[in-house]
Design a protein around this ligand. Structure first.
Ligand code: HEM
Length: 539
């Protein structure tokens, strides 16, 4: 009772005559006040001039978690105005140092392997979802080999077949006689986020993942995917190990899904058709680590799951934003159609000719629509690393200690007027002047005139270090995305196919696009996001 009496403060003399609940509430309020006072005093009195300023916060451990979680960009821009490009905030008890600007991107994304580490931070969340011995559940050198296998499996001939498969899947999905009956009439409304998540997974599975995986999506695989995805939530950075119901479902789904991939491999070997398919399973089944060990089936299965999860959220959010943005700009949809007519030509019946992989590079407006959408709606708003050695930040008096986590947000530089005039305006034509070779998606493509792009091979082929670019939706450095070319192919093919058949516009009374949902790991449009569609008259 002694402590309770102390905390009860002014009520202490009357404590015996008061209801217990009132005493407890008063005690808790006092405890909270005391905690806040100590935390604030601590921030003022222990401020170190050799470390970045700490974003002012009332509660320890919680720190700025809520403000950051609701809208990371609003939080970053506000802090940038107050503290500059380098500052620290408390995220679920962890001191997290944000480095903004092109220098900040370079500092974190191109930091040396001995100085920063990705797997320590991503592992608790990703390993239970992907499975063991791949991506962040292995040494970085092994990840680099795995990235090489995937990247080298994405061959031109594979890409050629993917364009046909994705276009076909998309045509069927939006056709009048699709089993879903969603687009059975000539016009209607559609809630884009869940609809396009479905299309994205069908197109990725039909192409990259292989036809057996696509077939399984018509049966129980979708439920497995859903349960597995339930484990891909930010709270699992901390509580991924806990036997909570969603984690139990995740673990069951992971085992079943990995087994499905292994069954597919066994079946393929039995049938002896190892070379017939151009998909990633086939490619990985034929890869060998540097030490001569073939990639075990279990690792192939886990890599396939990792690719499915890595691509699904970012691509599905992006295609949803694309159609939402186009619904606000119907004239751009007409321009896209015209571009296809001009470049691809028309068939005898007046319809636009089929598209090939090579054609994608000849459709600059399609490319710019994807590019502009990724600029303003970068799916990954925060990229994190653990600090392994004290890191001096060039041009500042600060050294980041090993107790901190680093956070880069390339999405901030792509929203700054200095690099992109009128940055919050979605305008695909801002890329009109981009030289054709910069549309190649082999390197970050917004590099200032006269700046030489530095390239490096981290073990999975030569890539641009991207240091000078304010446009890095696919990251930079050793952890850079290897799915960029596939993502562009998938997004452009879906876009080109859908604008041929349908026209989108906002439902009456709605202006602009919905807000962004930052509550998952990826930035995505808020659900529901309903638009009106109508079928184009066939010419
Ligand atoms: C890494 C973005 C699609 C597979 C990354 C990173 C970013 C990114 C920013 C760097 C993460 C970091 O540094 O911590 C995107 C965007 C996509 C997309 C914006 C689509 C619009 C895909 C697809 C695949 C994929 C389709 C698979 C086919 C990967 C892999 C990594 C990666 C394997 C490497 C992780 C590492 O090395 O740590 N992606 N991605 N991504 N992405 Fe993507």
């Amino acid at each position: 009772m002694g402590l309770l009496q102390t905390l009860a403060g002014p009520l202490a003399p009357h404590i015996d005559s008061l209801p217990t609940w009132l005493v407890i509430v008063t005690a808790l309020a006092s405890l909270l006040t005391l905690t806040i006072i100590i935390n604030v005093a601590n921030q003022i009195l222990t401020r170190r001039s050799d470390e970045p300023p700490v974003v002012f916060h009332l509660l320890p451990w919680i720190g700025s978690t809520v403000t950051y979680g609701i809208d990371p960009y609003a939080f970053f821009f506000k802090c940038r105005a107050k503290y500059g490009d380098v500052f620290t905030f408390v995220l679920l008890g962890k001191k997290t140092t944000v480095c903004l600007g092109t220098k900040g991107n370079d500092f974190i994304l191109n930091a040396k392997l001995k100085d920063v580490n990705a797997e320590e931070i991503y592992h608790p969340l990703t390993t239970p979802v992907f499975g063991k011995d791949v991506v962040y559940d292995c040494p970085n050198s092994k990840l680099m080999e795995q990235k090489k296998f995937v990247k080298f499996g994405l061959t031109t001939s594979a890409f050629r077949s993917y364009v046909t498969l994705i276009a076909e899947e998309t045509r069927q999905f939006f056709s009048r006689d699709a089993p879903s009956k969603r687009f059975a009439s000539t016009s209607g409304t559609v809630n884009l986020p869940p609809t396009l998540a479905e299309l994205t997974i069908y197109t990725a599975s039909r192409s990259l993942q292989g036809k057996e995986v696509r077939e399984r999506f018509d049966s129980g695989f979708a439920d497995l995917y859903h349960d597995l995805d339930g484990g891909f939530v930010p709270i699992n950075f901390k509580l991924g190990w806990m036997p909570l119901p969603h984690n139990r479902r995740r673990d069951r789904a992971q085992k079943k899904m990995a087994q499905t991939y292994m069954d597919i491999m066994t079946e393929r070997r039995k049938e002896g058709n190892l070379e017939k398919e151009e998909d990633m399973i086939w490619n990985l089944m034929n890869c060998e680590y540097k030490n001569g060990t073939p990639v075990p089936d279990k690792e192939v299965a886990h890599m396939m799951i990792a690719l499915l999860m890595a691509g699904q959220h970012s691509s599905s959010a992006t295609i949803t934003w694309i159609l939402l943005r186009l619904a606000t700009r119907p004239e751009i949809q007409d321009e896209l159609l015209e571009e296809q007519r001009q470049v691809l030509g028309t068939k005898a019946d007046g319809s636009i000719a089929d598209m090939t992989y090579e054609d994608l590079a000849r459709l600059p407006l399609h490319n710019s629509v994807v590019k502009e959408t990724l600029r303003l709606h970068t799916p990954i708003h925060s990229v994190m690393r653990v600090v392994k050695n004290p890191l001096p930040v060039e041009g500042t008096p600060y050294t980041i200690p090993t107790s901190h986590v680093l956070l880069a947000s390339p999405g901030v530089t792509s929203r700054v007027a200095e690099h992109f005039p009128d940055p919050m305006l979605w305008e695909p034509h801002r890329w009109d002047e981009t030289p054709a070779e910069k549309h190649a998606h082999l390197a970050p493509s917004h590099v200032k005139e006269g700046v030489v792009e530095e390239k490096e091979d981290y073990g999975y082929g030569l890539i641009s270090k991207g240091a000078a670019s304010p446009y890095l939706p696919f990251g930079a450095g050793r952890h850079r995305c290897i799915g960029e070319q596939f993502a562009y192919l998938q997004l452009q093919t879906i876009l080109a196919t859908v604008v041929r058949d349908l026209r989108f516009k906002n439902v009456e009374g709605v202006e602009g696009v919905v807000g962004t949902d930052y509550s998952s790991l990826f930035s995505r449009p808020l659900n529901p996001a309903i638009v009106r569609w109508e079928r184009r008259e066939k010419k």
